[in-house]
Design a protein around this ligand. Structure first.
Ligand code: 6GU
Length: 257
């Protein structure tokens, strides 16, 4: 299998390169599962200050990233792919005005052979860059100084879905099984920590009961922390019974309950 190729257009290539050398992502690079290509729009400037931004037409505060070096950087990456007979990358603009990125996007993008993340900085990007993009994505409703951290989040969430990524097989299956629900609480040794004990049911060895307890806790957590997700769930009859048993008696389900 040819590696998933991640291309980045950023004025901070060192930021991306250091993050992609660490941890599981670094391993994935070493084993040839993924590869990274970073280019800076600064490489494609012609003035002596290597400016990548300029004052906005119409006035106002702040600077705007220039469309010229950004376009040159994108086209350079395409030309490189062409020269290697590799598929051109799917172009993604990182902007807080984009569609909010979610797990379904990670799953969709992980299937593509190459992704290009175009990271904006400063107060904005010349709007004429937008027609060159396949899509625009945001990490959420908050503001970052630039798209780099958002790109890294999208890289990590797609890379971990790639077949052959270390340790993804069983846990990914569990994740899809519990889609739309938050994780159940987990515990490891010691059995008691500062007066907090591990729920008895987890020490019981009764796997059916443990599964029921975990499902109940996952549903409760989702209802409490993420009412928006909870509202979109289709609860089974068993799920409703698990919630009802908690609402009547706020404890883990008793044997035979
Ligand atoms: Cl993709 N870019 C910036 N600058 N801020 C963000 C974002 C992206 N997503 C959330 N906030």
């Amino acid at each position: 299998m040819s590696p998933m190729r991640y291309e980045l257009v950023t004025i901070f290539p060192e930021l991306i390169e250091s993050a992609t050398r660490a941890g599981l992502l670094g391993k994935a690079v070493e084993t040839g599962l993924v590869e990274f290509r970073c280019v800076s729009p600064r490489q494609f400037t012609t003035d002596k200050h290597q400016s990548v931004d300029d004052a906005p037409y119409g006035g106002g505060s702040g600077m705007v990233m220039s469309v010229v070096p950004l376009t040159a950087a994108c086209e350079h990456l395409d030309a490189e792919a062409d020269a290697r007979s590799q598929p051109r990358a799917h172009r993604i603009l990182l902007t807080p005005a984009g569609k909010r990125f979610e797990q379904a996007d990670a799953e969709r993008l992980a299937k593509l052979p190459a992704l290009m993340f175009v990271c904006g900085r400063y107060e904005g990007i010349d709007d004429r860059l937008r027609p060159l993009m396949h899509e625009e994505l945001s990490l959420g409703d908050f503001v970052l100084n630039g798209g780099e951290v958002a790109a890294l989040a999208m890289i990590e969430s797609t890379a971990r879905l790639l077949p052959g990524m270390i340790g993804n097989d069983a846990s990914l299956h569990e994740e899809s099984h519990s889609a739309g629900v938050l994780e159940y609480p987990q515990f490891t040794r010691p059995r008691e920590f500062r007066g907090q004990t591990v729920p008895e049911v987890l020490l019981s060895g009764n796997h059916a009961l443990i599964a029921r307890y975990r499902r109940q806790q996952a549903l409760l957590r989702t209802r409490e922390q993420r009412p928006d997700l909870f509202a979109r769930l289709t609860l089974s009859k068993e799920d409703r019974a698990l919630l009802a048993s908690f609402d009547e008696k706020p404890e883990p389900p008793a044997p035979g309950a």
